[in-house]
Design a protein around this ligand. Structure first.
Ligand SMILES: N[C@@H](CCC(=O)N[C@@H](CS)C(=O)NCC(=O)O)C(=O)O
Length: 210
């Protein structure tokens, strides 16, 4: 069984969401997100840079949330949520999956890190990161101007991954999304799998409190 080591509000969300949308069984192992816990040698043995999430599947252990999503899709997805490799949309599928983390979530992560580590004296850095994240949102808006999902009429894991990061954007930058992006976000977060993922997060938070 897949085990997702997750702290509420963090990137394990997109992996849980993919499992929920595919109906792939998984269990969540709650992780205390404190810097102290993530610095422990036991956690460093799970994730060598002290971040979350981590996922295991039997003896296999991996970190990097988008790679986890892709693993779940390839191994257990039965061709769902991604185009076939010879499909004309495959290149853009890869593009948006990588964009979700490397280009969009990255400046959002830096906002969190700068606020936590350096406090307000780095306001200029935060403003720059907000502007980079906003440029990413405009790129997504243009991409979905003539379609329901990033690849056209069919939703893929790229939409889930982008909309996971969009939650952070709405929290940290603005809830006021450009129109096409708002449509994408509304469609994807209306999925029952989204609600189940939010519920899994809440249950994880409760377990950490207990
Ligand atoms: N690219 C990595 C990023 C992992 C990451 O930055 N996780 C955040 C939580 S969402 C974290 O652990 N931050 C703590 C830190 O960077 O100190 C992934 O997608 O798994």
């Amino acid at each position: 069984m897949l085990k997702i080591y997750h702290s509420p509000g963090t990137r394990g969300f997109r992996v849980i969401w993919a499992c929920e949308e595919l109906g792939v069984p998984y269990e969540v192992e709650p992780v205390d997100f404190s810097a102290e816990n993530r610095a422990r040698p036991e956690w460093r043995a799970m994730n060598p840079v002290g971040k979350v999430p981590v996922m295991t599947d039997g003896d296999m252990k991996m970190f990097e949330s988008c790679a986890m999503m892709q693993y779940v899709l390839d191994r257990y997805g039965d061709g769902k949520l991604q185009p076939a490799k010879d499909d004309p949309t495959y290149a853009h599928y890869l593009q948006w999956c990588w964009f979700a983390e490397a280009t969009f979530a990255r400046p959002l992560g830096e906002i969190v890190n700068h606020r936590r580590e350096f406090k307000p004296e780095l306001d200029d850095v935060v403003a720059e990161m907000k502007s980079r994240a906003t440029a990413a949102v405009h790129a997504i808006d243009a991409a979905v101007a003539d379609r329901s999902y990033l690849l056209g009429d069919t939703m893929s894991a790229a939409d889930l991954s982008i909309c996971y990061a969009m939650r952070g954007y709405r929290r940290m930058v603005t809830e006021d999304l450009p129109g096409h992006v708002q449509g994408l976000f509304d469609r994807v977060t209306a999925l029952p799998s989204y609600e189940r993922t939010v519920a899994a997060e809440a249950a994880t938070a409760e377990r950490l409190k207990a």
